[in-house]
Design a protein around this ligand. Sequence first.
Ligand SMILES: C[S@@+](CC[C@H](N)C(=O)[O-])C[C@H]1O[C@@H](n2cnc3c(N)ncnc32)[C@H](O)[C@@H]1O
Length: 399
Amino acid sequence: MNKCYIDGSIGQCGHSSRSADKAAASGTVMDLKKDFHMNSGAGDNSYARNSKIQGLIISKSQSERRKAAVAAYLGTGRPATMSVADLGCSSGPTALLAVEDIMVAVERACVELHGQPPEFNLLLNDLYGNDFNALFRSFPEFNSRRQGKGLCFVTGVPGTFYGRLFAAKSLHLVCSSSSLHWLSQMPEELQQKEGSPAACVNKGKVFISAGSPPCVAEAYRKQFHRDFTTFLRCRAEEIVRGGLMVLAFMSRKNREAALMEDRYIWGLLEDALNAMASEERIDSFDAPFYAPSMEELEEEIGGEGSFCIRSSDQFLVRWDDDNQYSGTGGEANVTARPVKHAVRMAKGVRAVAESMLRSHFGEGFGMDDLFCRYGGLLAQYYADSEAAVTNVVISLVRK
Ligand SMILES: C[S@@+](CC[C@H](N)C(=O)[O-])C[C@H]1O[C@@H](n2cnc3c(N)ncnc32)[C@H](O)[C@@H]1O
C-alpha cells in the first residue's frame, strides 16, 4: 500500500494492479481534438473547482494583456467593433477573465482619449468536448458585471486552434492563456501506428524523462515546431495588419528540452502509472505537452515571419501564490505545506488531464487510485523542492 493524499488528508491507495487497464482502448492513437477536454461541471474534480493556478497566470499576465489590448485597438485604427478571440477559453471562473480584462483596458483608454469605446465581438474558442454549456450559463452573471458599459456580442467557436477558426482578416486581438503548451497530438515520431515498425524508444516513460534517449526530446521539439508554425500561419490569415496576439503558457528557462524544469509533473505521474498500467499502454503514451524556451519561441516566430515580437517576459507561478495556505503559521503548518501543495497540484492535473488519460488507458482505469498515488509522490517531491512553474507571456504584432 502507498501513502496517498486526497482532499488534504492522508489515506491508503488501492493495491497495485497492472490489470486495472484491461478495459483500455484497442491501441488506436487518440484524437485529441475529440478526446481532450477539461473536467466539466462543478464537482470536486472539475476544472471549474481546480483552476486557481490558471487564474493566477491570467492575473500575472494582466499588465501585458492590457497593454496589448490598447495597442491592438489603436494599431488597427480604433475600429467601431473590436473582434477579440480567446483560444482555449475552457469554462469555469477563469473562462471570461482575460476577455473581460481586455474590454476594461480598451474602455479605459477610450475614456482617456475622450473617444467612444467600441462594441466588442467576443469569440470564445475551445475543443469540441469543452463544457460550452457551463460557459454560456455564466453569461448572465458576466453581463450583470458589465452593466452600464458598452455592448458585447459573444460567440462560441468549437475547434482546434491548430487550424483555421475565423474568417480571413477578421480579428483585431487574439489572447490565449494556459493552452498553447498542449500539442496537437503525441509527437508524430514517437507514435506506434498500425503497420509501422513501432520502435518504442520511450519505454516506460510518458514524457521527456531522465532516462529518455535524446531522440525523444528531438521528437517533441519537432512536433512543437510543426504545431506552433501552423498556429502562427492560421492566425496570420485571420488577424488584420496591426492586430495583436498576447499568449501566456508554460515555458522553460533551460535551453535544453531534455532539462525542462517542470518535467517532474509528468515524471511523477509516470511513476504512478507504472505502478498501475500495463507496459504496452505506458509505452504507447507520450504526453502531448511541450514548454518551449524563450529562445525557441523567438526562433519560431522569426522563422514563420508574419509577426514581430512586441514584448515578452517569463515569470514563476507558485502553487501558494494566492496565500490560500499561509497565515496560520507554526511548525505544523510548515510540514503540512508540501502535502497541501501536492493535493492542490494533483487535483489541478487531474482536472486537466483526466479525459486524455481515460481515452488512452481506458474507461475502467482507476483514476482515484492514480491521482491518490500521484498526490503522495508530489508531497514527497515538494518536501524539498519549490512548488513553482515557469510561464511565458509574449505579445506579437501582425506585420
Ligand atoms: C488549462 S485550460 C486553460 C483554460 C483557460 N484559458 C484558463 O486560463 O483557465 C487549457 C484549454 O486549452 C484547450 N485546448 C488545448 N488544445 C487546444 C486546441 N488545439 N484548440 C483549442 N483549444 C485547445 C483545452 O481544451 C483547455 O480548455
